[in-house]
Design a protein around this ligand. Structure first.
Ligand SMILES: *Cc1c(COP(=O)(O)O)cnc(C)c1O
Length: 402
């Protein structure tokens, strides 16, 4: 008998009770704005920043309205302005090139490898075209960060990391987000901690963070921040920096603080599920799993595999058969952008030359959400379904009937 999956791929876990209690307390006192505090009270937003800075080892942290806002702020604070070229990944999601466009920049796309990380050889040839790289650790895959930083440092290119999928992850023991000048995080519902919308920005750069705080809309209240540069850092910057409001409020910060404490536990739960899927699919003919290097400590909030060099109708067949059995897969190779999924040639405000090697990879990338509402047994069932479907369709190809 064929077994179908009945779980929901977009259902996150509830907010932990401690977050609900903290949010209620904020609503009861009514001081939702981060600069509205009473007496010696410390705003939830300031506490969240202090705790995230401590957790990542960063000197400074700023809580903002979204991951996209964190990226535009990092770009602005790094001096990116109208007409500047900014390097970024061809394989990422729309908020990344969107952040570059928001500051008037022009994205220059860098290719993707079969292991789903930025192609460092392609990057090396394109470094002379820009002063900044907005590096997206797309779907939590982390490239060789030592090599990337050596290339960028030698070319004088500033690195800003998009860590929307790598909160809690590390390369060679150093947290993702701590390699570049800025690390940008999202707390949107589908990321590693959930406040619906929200973002965090970390840095060790005193001038850059002072600018970021002013940009975010601190008025002259930057002194109430805790994980922030000292007042001296603002002496000149406070006059020079426009206010582009994008602050985080105390309600979201209250919801996030307990989740931040739970992050290591949640990461282990995600990785337990990932391991079951990876094991279940390891020996599947026609299917390739991206290699995860020893140095990469990832947080597997999603799962990817490749159907490399498959004819498009066969990939579409796999997706349809999996869907019929309750397994929702996303495909980066579809003709049209769908749902959250699009790719570099969908972003026509920033046209690019064709990238055949990346097109080959993108055409084969299958992507699946891994919400923690799935049990380990659910993941084993999902793996069995995908394996059966992929092998069935692949056999059809072999015999010429596909
Ligand atoms: C979600 C996401 C972001 C930031 O998104 P916001 O919705 O603005 O918080 C950035 N990069 C990637 C790859 C993302 O998936």
């Amino acid at each position: 008998m064929t077994q179908n999956f009945t779980g929901n791929f977009t259902q996150q876990e509830p907010i932990p009770q401690a977050g609900i209690d903290a949010a209620l307390a904020v609503m009861q006192h009514g001081r939702l704005h981060r600069y509205n505090t009473s007496g010696t009270e410390i705003a939830e937003a300031a506490l969240l920043e202090e705790e995230f800075a401590a957790q990542t080892g960063a000197k400074y942290c700023l809580a903002v309205a979204s991951g996209g806002y964190a990226m535009t702020t990092a770009l602005r604070a790094s001096g990116v302005t109208h007409g500047d070229h900014v390097l970024t990944n061809a394989f990422t999601l729309a908020p990344v090139p969107g952040a570059i466009a928001a500051v008037g920049g022009v994205p220059v796309y860098v290719g993707v490898t079969e292991d789903l990380v930025i192609d460092l050889d392609d990057l090396a040839t394109k470094l002379p075209q820009a002063r900044v790289l907005l590096l997206s650790h797309m779907r939590g895959h982390i490239c060789d960060m030592e090599r990337l930083m050596a290339l960028c440092d030698a070319a004088n290119v500033t690195v800003i990391e998009d860590c929307a999928h790598t909160m809690g992850a590390a390369w060679n023991g150093i947290p993702s987000g701590r390699w570049g000048k800025f690390g940008c995080y999202s707390t949107q519902t589908y990321k590693h901690i959930n406040s619906g919308e929200g973002g965090l920005l970390i840095s060790d750069d005193t001038e850059g963070m002072a600018r970021a705080i002013m940009l975010s809309g601190s008025y002259m209240l930057f002194g109430t921040h805790r994980a922030a540069p000292p007042p001296e850092a603002f002496v000149q910057i406070k006059y020079e920096t426009p206010n582009i409001s994008g602050r985080m409020d105390n309600l979201r910060a209250a919801v996030l603080r307990p989740q931040l404490r739970d992050l290591p536990t949640q990461a282990a739960r995600w990785n337990e599920r990932y391991a079951v899927l990876a094991e279940g699919l390891a020996a599947t003919t026609g299917l390739r799993l991206p290699h995860r290097p020893e140095k990469e400590a990832f947080v597997a909030s999603s799962f990817q595999f490749l159907l490399l060099d498959w004819p498009k109708p066969a990939v579409a067949d796999v997706l349809a058969r999996c869907k019929a059995r309750g397994v929702e897969l996303k495909w980066f190779g579809g003709a049209e952008p769908v749902g959250f999924t699009s790719r570099y040639d969908s972003w026509r405000y920033a046209p690019s030359a064709p990238m055949p090697a990346s097109d080959r990879v993108l055409a084969g990338i299958i992507d699946m959400r891994l919400p923690l509402t799935f049990s380990v047994d659910d993941c084993a069932l999902i793996a069995r379904i995908i394996k059966e479907v992929v092998e069935t369709v692949y056999q059809g190809l072999d015999s010429g009937a596909g």
